[in-house]
Ligand binder design. Structure first.
Ligand SMILES: [Zn+2]
Length: 505
């Protein structure tokens, strides 16, 4: 069994920039200089400045070796005004220039103060940690993992920052490791086994609602999808973890779409669209990654995590277009396209998650191709039933470098979901309509208005060659964003404060 998410390097913090002796001992070093930083602050500074000036035209980065006994390999960049996304990308590229087998990697931000220093140090750590994650490989000869055992950060001694970076990398790494696992090795049954093991280690309470339990409860939207798989071990996992006490402790629900394979069902996908569909469980992996990171950080919170584990198969028992099924909240749904299965499994999972009246419910799903068409694969789509969250989502995404953009969710979009025979249609028959918005409107039917809810359509779950600080095509997008929204932006209660502000004369 693959060990998720593997061992991450240890971080050692040094308050000052490295001395000449320290530099001479290093094998590999990444150097980020502020635009106005004086090179002379650093040993070998004058030499480095000369080499920087002579670097190939148009090259934003320099790779060079110091004239010392070890031939210290330095990768160097200068940083001016950069968005967090661009800064993370720069750090990823800088990181890729380092030899894969260095036992220790030294990170030196130079010429930055206060928050700017913190931001650059965080980006350097995030990129090197993201590259250190071991992803599953089934090659006879495994390639060497590009993982240093120790990361040395200079100029900043902030243990909390290091702990946060490690927790986030562990959460993101867990998500990516799960997403990279082939479908035959991550069926719902095997996935559940992995989750049980994670839960035992982390001290999460685990409850599994299998198909029989879901049928008894009347979760007909979920079971319609899952019934197509023979010997289905599909079901909904409920994990609970809490830390701290008191009224101030926020109650959070995380919900994830975990389609271990999506063939499209009776509306079978073409070969081109089928390839890669083992990653249709990304939403659940991201939710798990967030829970893993929150647990590791001992965040003051009470978290319920709901994972819809199923596979969408074609077979004699598969659900079909024109079927009418009854969801857990009592609404009847007319099936239009069996490939729109994600919203079906999420409908009942959201109903379950909302029953505890969380103060914030966050769902993650690789839900629609329309979202990728609308934004491209470097952004994900955001939807919410609390307009006060919209600027927070844009600003939060921009600040942390996992960028999202919101879409409208006005009621009149529901016209496209009207059915002659049931309470609502699963999706529109007209393919030219904005399916990402209709999917969000559909899900909204299963979220009681009193529950503040954010739906993330993970269009950037896969980005060829990596995205921001993450070097692999499977990006684990969402873990970093959710941690930023929950821990730094503190969305919880904002809707009530916002409502009060809106009501004030
Ligand atoms: Zn599908």
């Amino acid at each position: 069994m693959f060990d998720f998410p593997g061992q991450l390097p240890e971080i050692r913090l040094h308050g000052k920039p490295p001395s000449e002796t320290a530099l001479n001992r290093m094998q590999a070093c990444m150097l980020l200089l502020a635009q106005d930083a004086a090179w002379e602050q650093l040993p070998f500074g004058t030499l480095l400045q000369q080499r920087w000036r002579r670097r190939a035209p148009g090259n934003a980065l320099l790779v060079t070796e110091l004239p010392n006994a070890r031939g210290t390999r330095l990768s160097v960049a200068r940083v001016g005004e950069l968005s967090t996304f661009a800064l993370l990308e720069l750090c990823r590229k800088l990181c890729a220039l380092q030899p894969p087998d260095s036992g220790a990697l030294h990170l030196v931000p130079l010429g930055f103060q206060g928050n700017a220093l913190r931001r650059v140090a965080e980006a350097l750590l995030a990129a090197t940690l993201a590259r250190s994650v071991h992803l599953p490989s089934y090659k006879k000869r495994a390639e060497p993992a590009p993982a240093p055992q120790v990361l040395h950060l200079y100029g900043l001694r902030e243990r909390r920052l290091a702990a946060r970076c490690l927790a986030e990398a562990a959460g993101n790494g867990l998500a990516r490791a799960l997403c990279t696992t082939p479908g035959n090795l991550l069926t719902p049954r095997i996935y559940l086994r992995h989750i049980r093991r994670l839960a035992r280690r982390a001290g999460w309470k685990l409850e599994f609602l299998d198909m029989a339990a879901l049928r008894r409860r009347g979760a007909g939207a979920f079971t319609a999808v899952a019934q197509g798989a023979p010997d289905s071990q599909s079901g909904i996992v409920h994990l609970h973890w809490e830390h701290g006490s008191g009224k101030a402790r926020p109650r959070i629900a995380l919900v994830g779409k975990g389609l271990c394979y999506d063939t499209g069902g009776v509306n079978l996908k073409s070969a081109r669209h089928m390839f890669g569909m083992h990653e249709d469980m990304t939403g659940s992996a991201v939710a798990l990654g967030v829970l893993h990171a929150l647990t590791r950080l001992k965040a003051h919170a009470s978290v319920d995590c709901w994972l819809a584990l199923a596979s969408n198969e074609i077979g004699p028992r598969s659900y079909k277009p024109n079927d009418v099924v009854k969801a857990l909240n009592g609404s009847t749904i007319e099936i239009v396209d069996t490939d729109a299965e994600g919203r079906m499994v999420l409908a009942d999972t959201l109903t379950l998650a909302a029953r505890a009246k969380p103060q914030l419910m966050l769902d993650f799903a690789t839900l629609t191709g329309a979202c990728i068409h609308a934004l491209g694969p470097a952004y994900s789509g955001a939807f919410t039933n609390r307009p006060v969250f919209l600027p927070e989502l844009i600003a939060g995404g921009s600040e942390c470098g996992e960028r999202v953009w919101p879409f409208p969710m006005d009621k009149d979009y529901d016209t496209a979901l009207q059915s002659q025979i049931a309470d609502l249609r699963q999706c529109a028959r007209d393919g030219s309509l904005p399916d990402h918005i209709l999917a969000a409107r559909f899900l909204r039917h299963f979220v009681p208005p009193e529950v503040p809810w954010i739906h993330l359509d993970l269009g950037s779950a896969r980005h060829k060659g990596g995205l921001a600080h993450v070097p692999t095509s499977s990006t684990g997008f969402g873990v970093r964003l959710a941690l930023h929204l929950l821990l730094d932006r503190r969305l919880i209660g904002l809707d009530r404060a916002g409502a009060r502000r809106a009501q004030a004369p």
